[in-house]
Design a protein around this ligand. Structure first.
Ligand code: NZQ
Ligand code: ZN
Length: 387
């Protein structure tokens, strides 16, 4: 087992009606709040009105219109300006991962005198950040329990994962009832995202029985409960278990003591959504089985065998390559049966920019150091197989 130094400072407040605690929680951080949200879903579900009512004694400045794959310009820049102009004490992010990610970048940018891109691009290390509280309304990214945010800069086709320990939310409210209205498309994308977070941490050189079991259980839970959420969007128990599983996905708890994987599917997908603004979870679902097929070899075979037997219940007496092939097929079939388009062409991506994207990924994502190293040619082959 590898050494590690681990701390997640985020307080999770989970369950039906927990948002009632919001005034007390926000009061710890000050009076001036930047309320951030997306394109209006929080108004449709009555959460916006609820938050405004609960926080009637606070001064609230709003930043709305944060898009999926949140944009540096205008959202991060506008948020930073508002924080500086109004002397904001704390950010309250209400929405999906995109709203929260954008708010994390704003939180750091608000405490920095230069161009916030210096921080996101790691040119300068942030020295401080505003506290962040969130009410997460979509189960997927795990942003509510990690210190990362993913920001897109359209003009350079960059989508950068910006991580800093200062960016853990101070408090995350998780009420599964707010996820009842998430569309089938976004629910399926959320399942695929959280499953891939787990897969990225499962396919590693050195892991433990403990972590493998945690990951296998995550994957089984996400498949069983995710399917229930799609069939019956108001199934509280299924939405609740899916929400908690997603929360575990990205904060490192699944891989304590493991060697690093390099998160190759994320490295590839982030370029797809940077170039084509596609839904993150759909891109991952398309890439994952093709990546698996590409890296299957004598060295990686034992991981696939374990994955096939423990996650999908494939007969352990079969030949090892047969188990691995069946496991990859089962992964593909699961994504397909929850309604995810399984070809890049179906989400508007053709071969025209494959070379450019493969080069961009090879230069920016460092995947030659992944568990199964990927060169530019490997990345290109995976993209072509995904068309
Ligand atoms: O904008 P609104 O109107 O709020 O609508 C959103 C959006 O259109 C809607 N939605 C959210 N909650 C809803 C709802 N609709 C109905 N009812 C609700 N309760 O869903 C749409 C998608 O929202 P978005 O926030 O984009 O989805 P998600 O949470 O999947 O976030 C995706 C972003 O997170 C990044 C992705 O790359 C992508 O940019 N990631 C962040 C990570 C992290 N911070 O750790 C890790 C991930 O791997 C991922 O890269
Ligand atoms: Zn993801």
């Amino acid at each position: 087992m590898q050494n590690f130094d681990y701390q997640t400072p985020t307080r999770l407040i989970f369950g039906k009606g927990v948002v009632e605690k919001l005034p007390k929680v926000m009061g710890q951080f000050g009076k001036k709040i930047l309320l951030t949200y997306g394109g209006g879903s929080i108004k449709k579900i009555g959460l916006y009105q609820k938050v405004k009512e609960l926080l009637k004694d606070f001064e609230i400045v709003e930043l709305s219109g944060i898009q999926p794959n949140p944009k540096y310009n205008p959202s991060v820049l506008d948020g930073v300006s508002l924080c500086k102009k109004y002397g904001i004490d704390v950010i309250l992010a209400v929405g999906g991962g995109s709203v929260l990610d954008c708010s994390k970048a704003i939180a750091a940018g608000a405490c920095y005198d230069g161009d916030p891109w210096d921080l996101i691009s790691y040119k300068v290390k942030a020295q401080a950040a505003l506290p962040i509280v969130d009410i997460i309304t979509l189960a997927a990214t795990g942003s509510e329990y990690d210190c990362g945010g993913v920001i897109s800069r359209t003009e350079t086709n960059d989508k950068i994962g910006y991580m800093d320990r200062l960016l853990f939310p101070a408090v995350s409210f998780l009420d599964p009832t707010y996820t009842f209205t998430v569309s089938k498309k976004q629910t399926a994308a959320g399942i695929a995202d959280a499953m891939n977070h787990t897969i990225e941490q499962y396919f590693v050189e050195d892991s433990t029985l403990l972590n493998d079991g945690f990951c296998e259980s995550m994957l089984r839970s996400l498949m069983v409960n995710g399917r229930k959420c799609i069939e019956n969007p108001n199934d509280y128990t299924a939405r609740a278990e899916m929400m908690l599983a997603c929360t575990y996905g990205c904060n490192g708890i699944l891989s304590l003591g493991n060697t690093m994987s390099g998160w190759p599917c994320h490295g590839i997908e982030h370029a797809l959504s940077a170039y084509y603004d596609i839904t993150h979870g759909e891109g991952l679902a398309i890439i994952t089985p093709r990546w698996m097929r590409h890296i299957l070899n004598e060295r990686t075979l034992p991981r696939f065998v374990k994955y096939g037997i423990n996650v999908f219940g494939i007969d352990s007496s079969l030949d090892e390559y047969t188990i691995a092939e069946k496991a990859i097929e089962a992964t593909y079939n699961f994504f397909e049966t929850i309604g995810i388009p399984m070809h890049l062409r179906e989400v508007g991506i053709d071969e025209s920019r494959i070379d450019e994207m493969a080069h961009h990924i090879a230069v920016n994502e460092g995947l030659e150091n992944a568990y199964a190293p990927l060169t530019e040619q490997d990345i290109k082959k995976i993209l072509i197989a995904s068309l």
